[in-house]
Design a protein around this ligand. Structure first.
Ligand code: FAD
Length: 539
């Protein structure tokens, strides 16, 4: 340990909420120790994020958390509940944005979308991160940091004792939220639409069973002449929250709901949105926040990597803010692991911004489009992008960077996951195989290491991969259909992955296709060594 340093750690994570905790968990999965410092005394106390996309569930599945998250979700939410619009709850649905959360998408993934509140999810992330060696310091804030060629030196202070520790790390992940001081101190600007409203989340108790029993409603947009926002409902429908984004005339709305909000006004808002006076309502708490749609100009400054709300803030319309942050952490974790263990060049970290920033910006824009369409129709439509399918946002992003070797020119920024067919830069598609008689998703093969997955006649690529892995000192898991108990029971793999019988794909540890050989021509160790070396930015 260098002189005067109290803690020496490969990665310091500032902010221990949904994204910081996920980063610690995924780094631990790759064998990288981290230290998380979190200002609050424990994990989240407010529900905030609840919609968990299929992609986030796939990531949780890869670290063994799918079942626990699903079980917690079942205890908390009606499964497959959808997203509707009402004028008042009592008046019934006037719009159906998503009738059933998983209708028409189950075939795309081995898992499903669920709702699980952030305050219920975070303890699971924390426990799992700690089991993988992450250290957490709560009631502790990062008060200063500096970086030089050798690493990051940060000062962290315990809020109660005032005790100071000096931490030295190779890298710092700034997961310090929408008001990221680290991002501000680096002088990185936020670009986009700015603040849309000073919003509130009103937590209340009321017996809502008569409106919700038997219905598939989890998120209900309230579009009332006097207020716009949304409810979110957990079982057993005896409490809920109402977000209010704007009030007054929908054509000229008041966008500052927060200033001067009293308990009485909050109560009136809840009563208005419920739409019947005969239900006792108790206000429990009000949280003030701003609905904003912005993306950071840069996601990296030297050894500092910015992730989650610190890198992008979006209105909750779409339910993507936390999910996008989980994808950031997933994109970063394996890259940091390879750079730290010397199997990748440091330039691999530049591909984090190259890959995530365009996708996060697209996600912010699509959340903004949904905000204009569902919540504030007074905003001119020409400021928004056309509405894209949720699926393209959640499962269809296309990465372009030095860590992807395209096999065609002009990849689009996103595709339907039904049409991606293992195009390099896209998430490798889910396809059911059988291994030793058990059903297994292709996704279950892509986990900690690079994976070469070959069609039945792709033996030459498998041998080349093994040779390249050995020469480069990089772990590559090699699978070939028809070998080692792995079978394609319905014969559709080649079409799903757009390869011929002697073709193969090389999948990164984050499940994205890095390179593809559609057939067996040119299979050689040299070719694969060059591909893996270039993906890992080795000089
Ligand atoms: C009403 C509402 C509903 C939402 N619904 C959804 C949804 O359904 N799905 C979804 O994906 N997203 C949703 N979101 C968004 C989601 O809550 C955020 O995107 C998510 O919390 C971002 O996580 P984060 O870890 O990046 O940031 P935060 O959750 O903001 O965490 C940042 C943490 O950093 C800590 N911190 C800051 N500075 C320091 C420092 N110097 N030292 C130590 N600690 C520090 C803070 O204490 C905080 O805990 C919703 C948001 C709201 C408000």
């Amino acid at each position: 340990m260098s002189h005067g340093v109290d803690v020496e750690i490969p990665v310091l994570i500032v902010g221990g909420s949904m994204v910081g905790m996920t980063a610690a968990l995924l780094l631990g999965h790759h064998g990288v120790p981290s230290l998380v410092v979190e200002h609050h005394r424990g994990t989240a106390i407010h529900p905030r994020a609840a919609s968990v996309t299929q992609r986030t569930m796939e990531i949780f599945r890869s670290v063994g958390l799918e079942q626990v998250v699903r079980a917690k979700s079942e205890a908390q939410f009606v499964q497959d509940a959808g997203v509707v619009g009402v004028e008042t709850l009592a008046g019934g649905a006037t719009a159906h944005y998503i009738a059933n959360f998983n209708d028409g998408i189950r075939d795309l993934s081995p898992t499903v979308r669920v709702f699980l509140s952030q305050n219920a999810l975070e303890p699971t992330l924390k426990q799992s991160a700690e089991e993988r060696g992450a250290r957490m310091l709560f009631s502790t804030e990062c008060v200063s940091f500096e970086q030089d060629a050798d690493g990051i030196t940060a000062v962290v202070r315990h809020r109660d004792t005032g005790g100071i520790q000096k931490v030295h790390a190779q890298y710092l992940i700034a997961a310090d939220g929408a008001h990221s001081r680290i991002r501000e101190q680096l002088g990185i600007r936020m670009l986009g639409h700015g603040t849309l409203s000073k919003s509130v989340t009103i937590y209340f108790r009321a017996d809502l069973r008569r409106f919700l029993d038997g219905k598939l409603w989890a998120v209900v947009y309230a579009n009332h002449p006097r207020l716009r926002g949304f409810f979110r409902f957990e079982k057993p429908f005896e409490s809920a929250f109402l977000v209010v984004n704007t009030t007054g005339d929908p054509a000229r709305p008041n966008v500052d709901v927060s200033t001067g909000l009293t308990n009485d006004i909050a109560l009136q808002m809840v009563r208005t949105a419920i739409g019947t006076p005969d239900i006792p309502v108790t206000i429990e708490n009000v949280m003030h926040w701003t609905a904003t749609a912005d993306t950071a100009e840069h996601f990296r400054d030297g050894r500092i990597l910015i992730a989650g709300d610190a890198a992008h803030v979006m209105p909750p319309t779409g339910g993507w803010g936390g999910n996008a942050g989980v994808q950031d952490a997933h994109n970063l974790a394996w890259k940091l692991a390879h750079v730290l263990n010397g199997t990748a060049g440091a330039d691999l970290l530049s591909t984090y911004e190259q890959e995530r920033r365009p996708i996060d910006e697209l996600t912010v824009e699509q959340a903004y489009t949904r905000y204009v369409l569902r919540t504030d129709p007074s905003i001119p439509k020409d400021t928004m992008q056309p509405l894209l399918s949720d699926l393209n946002i959640e499962l269809g992003c296309v990465y372009r960077s030095a860590a992807i070797i395209p096999d065609a020119d002009g990849a689009p920024p996103h595709v339907s996951p039904r049409e991606s067919r293992a195009m390099p830069g896209t998430r490798a598609p889910h396809y059911w195989l059988r291994r030793d008689g058990e059903q297994i998703s292709t996704l279950d093969l892509f986990n900690r290491n690079f994976t070469l997955l070959a069609a039945a006649e792709g033996a030459a690529w498998c041998e080349s991969a093994a040779g390249a892995a050995e020469q480069l000192g990089v772990q590559v898991d090699v699978f070939r259909l028809g070998q080692d108990g792995l079978h394609d029971p319905t014969g559709g793999f080649a079409a799903a992955y757009e390869v011929e019988p002697a073709g193969c794909v090389l999948v990164r540890p984050d499940g994205f296709v890095a390179w593809r050989a559609k057939n067996g021509s040119g299979a050689s160790t040299a070719r694969l060594r060059s591909a893996v070396g270039s993906i890992l930015c080795r000089s």
